[in-house]
Ligand binder design. Structure first.
Ligand code: SF4
Length: 332
């Protein structure tokens, strides 16, 4: 039996206001219909997550919402004066309730990154691709150079980092290789990439890519193998089990299933429910199978180095077993 890790999490969509217009996104909203999560809703979700044994609070938001007209009104309606202050407040609330924050806030400047680092066990940003694709024509934040620069700046701050590729948005095989090599190069420089997500496009009705072809499992297996060949073994390869049956991808070398939430939906892919952990464990069990091992949002080797945010250290120490994973070993 081989080990496959996952994180038990709660997913808080802080705001769906975003400066970008990615051709596959159904999460983003314009100012008139966008939401900023209210304190009472955040508290309710975090408390529910704590009750159900989660250890990770994933805070995700549209990129640079402050660039979109109407943002200040959205803040005012939620009685928030500053988004960064609010993110810190939400992270503190998560920590108080026993949950480790992992924030993906799009590209931030150095000051914002440094302010969020102490509150976060790890942070993330999908590179998605290094190619220029039509799906990103109206998304200034999807500039590959800007995203690689952000991942490098996180590395300079010693932030354990999650990134990945979005497969099927118009990129070629050469582009996929180039993106993986770019991540590997950053990792060689800063040694901060803890996992790389291989995420298939999930075409959404009403988006420009609604009719795009969903990547096949064979194609995804080949990308996983490519990632394993390019990245060192210490970097986990993650596949999302709500978007693809993970079994063949695990056989191809993936070894992590990412965040699985018993509390919230995957807000980016809301019609793709998480599998039940017990069901997943049974499906992966058996000869030449896998057992599920819960992990924290920061991987053990970064705990050893003390790279997780200073405000997360007591909680990490309380939640991690001697190997840096979560105490309860098996789902079944
Ligand atoms: S995918 Fe992310 S960056 Fe792109 S429009 Fe949606 S929320 Fe914004």
């Amino acid at each position: 039996m081989r080990c496959v890790t996952y994180s038990r999490n709660v997913f808080l969509p802080v705001t769906n206001l975003c400066r970008n217009h990615c051709g596959y996104c159904s999460f983003r909203r314009d100012a008139g219909s966008a939401r900023l999560i209210h304190r009472h809703e955040a508290y309710r979700l975090l408390a529910r997550a704590a009750e159900t044994g989660c250890s990770e609070a994933l805070f995700s938001l549209g990129e640079a919402p402050w660039e979109v007209p109407g943002f200040q009104k959205l803040l005012a309606e939620a009685d928030v004066s500053d988004l960064l202050d609010y993110l810190e407040e939400l992270c503190e609330l998560a920590l108080e309730l026993g949950l480790l924050p992992h924030t993906n806030a799009g590209i931030l400047d150095d000051g914002a990154l440094a302010r969020l680092k102490p509150y976060n066990a790890s942070m993330g940003l999908m590179l998605e691709t290094t190619a220029t694709v039509a799906a990103h024509a109206n998304s200034p934040g999807k500039s590959p150079a800007a995203r690689l620069d952000y991942i490098a700046r996180a590395g300079r701050l010693k932030i354990p980092f999650t990134t990945g590729l979005l497969i099927g948005i118009g990129e070629s095989w050469a582009d996929r290789k180039e993106a993986l090599e770019a991540i590997a190069k950053l990792h060689r420089s800063y040694d901060h990439i803890q996992e790389i997500i291989i995420q298939p496009l999930d075409p959404k009705t009403g988006t420009p890519l609604a009719e795009a072809k969903r990547p096949s499992v064979d194609e995804l297996c080949a990308v996983v193998k490519m990632a394993k060949a390019i990245l060192p073994d210490s970097v986990a390869v993650q596949v999302p089990p709500n978007l693809v049956d993970p079994r063949r991808l695990l056989d191809a070398g993936a070894n992590d299933l990412g965040g699985i939430s018993p509390v919230t939906t995957d807000w980016i892919n809301p019609d793709r429910p998480w599998p039940e952990l017990e069901t997943l464990a049974k499906e992966l069990d058996g000869p030449d199978g896998y057992y599920l091992q819960e992990r924290l949002p920061v991987y053990p080797r970064f705990i050893e180095r003390g790279w997780h945010g200073i405000k997360t250290r007591d909680l990490v120490a309380a939640l991690a077993d001697e190997s840096g994973l979560v105490e309860k070993k098996y789902i079944c």
